[in-house]
Design a protein around this ligand. Structure first.
Ligand SMILES: C[S@@+](CC[C@H](N)C(=O)[O-])C[C@H]1O[C@@H](n2cnc3c(N)ncnc32)[C@H](O)[C@@H]1O
Length: 273
């Protein structure tokens, strides 16, 4: 559903970026405490800590740098690539003091500007959920060349194709405002399984896939996939797990931060999920 052209229109022209993407972190956790700092520390960092620090990191689709701000502290070199010239320009200004960053605008799928075998860790969060299978496939096919021998990737993508109904809904309904509000513009053609197949085709090995309930209650709408260079025939299998408490866990961290901030005392029942 969301094509590269539509992504460009929305993120480069229509979306207001009122707080550089920080506005999305404010919605995470009912108590709205901690913002991106808390989300990075309690949710993202534990999932990728094993791969950091990394000599060279590539971030695909950084927007206005919500996660760039943290990634840049964990590498010698950080390359960011986004299809929106407006976002890349905003990052260039925001991180002008950081000389180890490089900035590129792309066409939504090309990584030609990256040297072969130069990337240790590739990261994309809260962006490629809006990318279709062809776009993800194009990125993975290039990543197999751009990653170093032990290079690893962490990519957040859609899982809506797991729910067949999204395949049969006419495009008009899928693009309709009401449904979009429910599924937050996730691509209906992507799933964990299909992403894994793309990895295999690209000679990458999916190490793990965490299916999370995010955009719609009770539905595993999103996947956090971790993969590495190397074909799967020679390595151990893909660890797939379902996390229906992803948002509850974010909320719990927010409540803990709120309690700490307010100096609230609590007992063991306060934080029951
Ligand atoms: C919702 S914003 C999120 C930005 C950032 N990851 C964050 O969490 O704040 C989506 C970003 O992805 C970029 N984007 C979408 N599709 C892309 C693609 N195929 N290739 C590169 N960038 C893309 C958009 O231009 C936009 O900057």
């Amino acid at each position: 559903m969301p094509s590269i052209k539509e992504n460009l229109r929305v993120w480069n022209s229509e979306y207001h970026w009122k707080d550089q993407g920080e506005e999305w972190s404010q919605g995470v956790g009912a108590h709205n405490v901690g913002g991106s700092d808390l989300f990075w520390t309690s949710t993202l960092l534990p999932r990728i800590n094993h791969f950091l620090p990394s000599k060279t990191i590539l971030e695909i689709a950084p927007g206005m740098g919500r996660w760039t701000k943290y990634l840049k502290q964990h590498c010698d070199r950080l390359i960011i690539v986004d299809l929106s010239p407006k976002c890349i320009e905003a990052c260039r200004q925001r991180f002008s003091m950081d000389k180890h960053l490089s900035y590129y605008v792309n066409d939504g799928k090309s990584l030609d500007m990256i040297e072969d075998s130069s990337i240790d860790f590739v990261f994309s969060f809260d962006s490629l959920v809006h990318a279709d299978l062809t776009t993800l496939g194009a990125y993975l096919n290039q990543l197999t060349v751009k990653l170093r021998a032990n290079g690893v990737g962490f990519i957040h993508h859609s899982n809506l194709n797991r729910y067949r109904i999204f395949n049969y809904l006419p495009r008009g309904i899928l693009n309709g405002e009401r449904l979009n509000r429910i599924i937050s513009w996730r691509d209906p053609g992507v799933s964990a399984k299909l992403f894994e197949q793309l990895c295999i085709k690209a000679k990458l090995q999916c190490l793990s896939q965490e299916l999370v309930v995010w955009a719609a209650p009770g539905l595993f709408t999103d996947v956090l996939s971790i993969f590495r260079k190397g074909s799967c025939e020679t390595k151990s299998g893909n660890e797939v797990c379902k996390n229906r408490n992803f948002m509850k866990q974010c909320d719990l961290m927010s409540r803990l931060a709120s309690a700490a901030k307010l100096g609230v005392t609590f007992d063991s029942t306060t934080f029951q999920p």
